[in-house]
Design a protein around this ligand. Structure first.
Ligand code: ADP
Length: 600
C-alpha cells in the first residue's frame, strides 16, 4: 500500500517535473526564437527597403527619361546605360535596367557584359505590368541565369514623359545571400511566398518545396508564372500541429520542431523559424534524471530513516521488555529476600530465645547436677563432718577432765587438736559453699592445681570409702588457665566421680592424674583402672542423658555439661581407652594470658 503510494507520488512528481521543465524550456525557447524571427524580418525589411524607393527616384532622372524618347540616339541610350552601371555599382544592387513601353530592355547596367539584358523582352514580367499600370512593381523569381539559381527580386517603377508612361526602370537584387546569415545550429529559417513555397531557407534542400501539398490549380498557376521555372515544388514530408505550434519532420528519424512565424505584409511573405526541440528534450531528460536521482535518494533516505526508527523502536521494546522482566525479577527477588529476611529475623529471635532458655536450663541443670552430686556426696560429707565433730567432742571432754585435774598441758594439746579439727571442717564447708555457688559464666584465670585439689577434697570420702588410690603427677608451678574456679572444679568432680563409679568392680582401684604443660595449653589426663569405655558408644558419652548407670544413679548429664563448660573456656575434652586398660579423659585448657605474662 505504502510502496504503491510512494510509486504513484514519485510518478506524479516526475510527470509534473517533465511537464513544467518542458513548459518553461518551451516558453524560453519561444521567446528567444521570437527575437530571432524579428531580427530575420528586420533583416529582410532592411535589405528590401534600401532599394524600394530607388526606382521612383531614378525614374525622374532626365538621362533615363530621355533614353526612352522615341527618337533617342544611341549616344543617349549608352549614356543611360553608363549611368545605370555607375549607380548600380554604388547602390549595391545586382542589376538595373530600363525597359521601353513594349517591354524591351533598352539600357542596362550590365550593358558591357556578356549577360547584357539589352534587347531582351521582359514584357510579360509581372513587375513590368505593374509599372505600366503606374504602380511600384515588385516581384521575385528564380534567377535561372545565376548560379546557384538565386532568387531575383525586382522593383520596377514607371518612367513618364509628359505624364505618359513610356517605360519602366527596374532594379534587380539577389536576396539569396541573406539566407546565409541565418544559419543557426538549433533552428531553420524559411521564407515562403503566399502559396507556401519556400524560396529562401537556411537549409538548401528545402528550397523550392512547398510547406503543404499544393492544390492542382495553384500548381498550374505557379507553373505558368514561371516564378520557379518548372520545378516540381513537392511538399515537405512534415505534419503540422497548429494547436501546439509544432512541426514534425518525417525522415529516418522523426524530429519535432517548435514553429514561429510572422508575415511580411509589404512583400506578401511569411518568415518561419523551426526551432528543434532536441534541446528541450535534452533539458527535460536531464531534469528528469536529476529529479529521479533526488527522488530515489529521498526515498532511500526515508526508507533508511524508517528502518532505523523501526529498529530503534524494536530495540526500545526489547529493552523495555528486558527491563520489565528485570524489574519483576528484582521485585520477586526482593520479595523473596524480604520474606527470607523476616524468616531469618524470626529464626534469630527464636534462636536467641531458645539460647536464653537453653542457657537458663543449662544453668539450672548445672546447678541441679551440682546439687545431685552434693546429694551423692552428702553421706560421705556428713561422715567427714561427723568424724571431726566426734573427735572435737572427745577432745573437749578430755580437756575438761584434764582441766578438772588441773593438768593443763594435755588441755592445751586437746584444744590445739580441736582448733585443727575446726579448721579442717571449715575448709570442707568452704569447699562445699564454693561448689554450691552459682558462679557467673565469665572466663578468668583459674589455677588448675587448686581446682583439682578441691575436687579431690570434695570427693575425699568417696575415694577413701571405695579404696581408690590417687597418683598425681603435676608440675611444681601453679598453672593458671582460662576458666572459672567452680566450673573447673565441677568438671574434675564429674570426671573423677565417673572414674570412681567405673572402678566399683575393679580389683585394683587406681586413679592417675597428670598435668602436662604444653606452653600454649595445658592437658589434664585422668586415667582409671575401670573397664574402659564401650567402643560403640565412644562418641555418645558426651551426649546429654547418655548413661549406662542404673536408674537413679546417673542422669547422663555430667559429661555433657562438662563438655559445654570446657567449650566455653576455649578448650576441649576427649575420652579414649588407655593402652594399659581403663578409660582416659583428656581435658585440654588454654593457658591464661595474664598468667603467662606473669610467668614471663
Ligand atoms: P552419669 O555419670 O550420670 O551416667 P555421665 O555423663 O557422667 O553421666 O556419664 C555418661 C556415661 O559415660 C556413663 O554412664 C558411663 O557409661 C560412661 N563413663 C563415664 N566415665 C567413664 C569411665 N571412667 N569409665 C567407663 N565409662 C565411663
Amino acid at each position: 500500500m505504502l510502496v504503491g503510494l510512494v510509486l504513484a507520488l514519485s510518478g506524479l512528481i516526475l510527470w509534473q517535473t517533465a511537464y513544467w521543465v518542458r513548459q518553461f524550456a518551451t516558453a524560453d525557447m519561444r521567446e528567444r526564437k521570437a527575437h530571432t524571427l524579428n531580427l530575420v524580418i528586420e533583416n529582410l525589411h532592411g535589405a528590401l527597403a534600401k532599394f524600394q524607393y530607388q526606382p521612383s527616384l531614378l525614374a525622374k532622372r532626365a538621362t533615363f527619361r530621355n533614353a526612352l524618347d522615341y527618337y533617342a540616339t544611341t549616344t543617349l541610350i549608352d549614356a543611360a546605360s553608363r549611368e545605370l552601371e555607375k549607380i548600380n555599382f554604388l547602390s549595391g544592387a545586382l542589376d538595373m535596367f530600363i525597359m521601353n513601353g513594349a517591354g524591351i530592355v533598352i539600357a542596362s547596367s550590365n550593358w558591357a557584359t556578356e549577360q547584357s539584358y539589352r534587347g531582351q523582352n521582359f514584357g510579360k514580367a509581372p513587375y513590368f505590368r505593374a509599372a505600366l499600370q503606374g504602380r511600384l512593381g515588385r516581384h521575385f523569381a528564380v534567377d535561372d541565369a545565376s548560379e546557384p539559381h538565386a532568387i531575383g527580386y525586382f522593383f520596377a517603377y514607371p518612367v513618364r514623359r509628359d505624364g505618359t508612361i513610356v517605360g519602366a526602370i527596374v532594379i534587380k537584387l539577389h536576396i539569396e545571400r541573406l539566407a546565409a546569415r541565418w544559419l543557426a545550429p538549433d533552428h531553420e529559417t524559411l521564407v515562403v511566398d503566399q502559396d507556401g513555397i519556400i524560396f529562401m531557407s537556411s537549409r538548401a534542400d528545402w528550397r523550392f518545396r512547398s510547406l503543404k501539398k499544393l492544390p492542382p490549380n495553384a500548381q498550374k498557376r505557379i507553373r505558368q508564372s514561371k516564378k520557379y521555372g518548372d520545378r516540381s515544388l513537392a511538399s515537405l514530408p512534415v505534419s503540422w500541429n497548429d494547436a501546439r505550434d509544432q512541426v514534425t519532420f518525417h525522415g529516418e528519424k522523426d524530429t519535432t520542431s517548435l514553429l514561429l512565424q510572422k508575415d511580411i505584409l509589404s512583400a506578401g511573405w511569411r518568415v518561419l523559424i523551426l526551432a528543434r526541440l532536441d534541446d528541450i528534450d535534452q533539458r527535460q531528460t536531464i531534469a528528469l534524471a536529476v529529479a529521479s536521482f533526488m527522488l530515489v535518494s529521498l526515498i532511500l533516505l526515508a526508507a533508511f530513516a524508517h528502518q532505523r526508527r523501526l529498529r530503534l523502536r524494536e530495540r526500545m521494546l526489547l529493552q523495555a521488555a528486558a527491563q520489565s522482566v528485570l524489574e519483576s525479577d528484582v521485585a520477586e527477588r526482593t520479595r523473596d529476600l524480604t520474606e527470607a529476611n523476616a524468616h531469618l529475623r524470626q529464626e534469630i529471635s527464636d534462636r536467641r530465645r531458645a539460647e536464653t532458655e537453653l542457657k537458663k536450663t543449662q544453668d539450672e541443670l548445672v546447678q541441679a547436677t551440682k546439687m545431685a552430686a552434693l546429694g551423692q556426696m552428702s553421706a560421705g560429707l556428713s561422715h567427714e563432718l561427723n568424724q571431726p565433730l566426734a573427735a572435737i567432742r572427745s577432745y573437749s571432754d578430755n580437756a575438761r577432765a584434764f582441766l578438772e585435774r588441773a593438768n593443763l598441758d594435755p588441755v592445751r594439746t586437746n584444744l590445739a587438736s580441736i582448733s585443727e579439727l575446726t579448721d579442717r571442717m571449715a575448709r570442707i564447708i568452704r569447699n562445699l559453699r564454693v561448689y554450691a555457688r552459682n558462679e557467673p559464666m565469665d572466663i578468668r584465670p583459674t589455677s588448675v592445681g587448686r581446682a583439682l585439689d578441691e575436687a579431690l577434697a570434695l570427693l575425699a570420702e568417696r575415694l577413701k570409702s571405695s579404696g581408690t588410690s590417687i597418683h598425681k603427677d603435676m608440675p611444681d608451678d601453679d598453672i593458671m588457665v582460662d576458666g572459672g574456679e567452680v566450673r573447673l572444679q565441677q568438671i574434675f568432680v564429674n570426671v573423677i566421680s565417673n572414674a570412681i563409679d567405673a572402678m566399683k568392680e575393679a580389683p585394683e582401684k587406681r586413679l592417675e592424674i597428670s598435668v602436662e604443660d604444653h606452653d600454649e595449653h595445658i592437658t589434664v589426663l585422668i586415667h582409671d583402672t575401670g573397664p574402659g569405655l564401650p567402643h560403640t558408644k565412644m562418641n555418645d558419652i558426651f551426649d546429654p542423658f547418655f548413661s549406662t548407670k542404673e536408674v537413679g544413679e546417673g542422669m547422663g548429664l555430667g559429661l555433657s555439661i562438662s563438655y559445654g563448660i570446657i567449650k566455653q573456656f576455649g578448650g576441649s575434652i576427649v575420652a579414649r581407652n588407655h593402652a594399659d586398660g581403663g578409660a582416659e579423659f583428656c581435658v585440654t585448657l588454654k593457658r591464661s594470658l595474664g598468667n603467662r605474662k606473669a610467668a614471663e
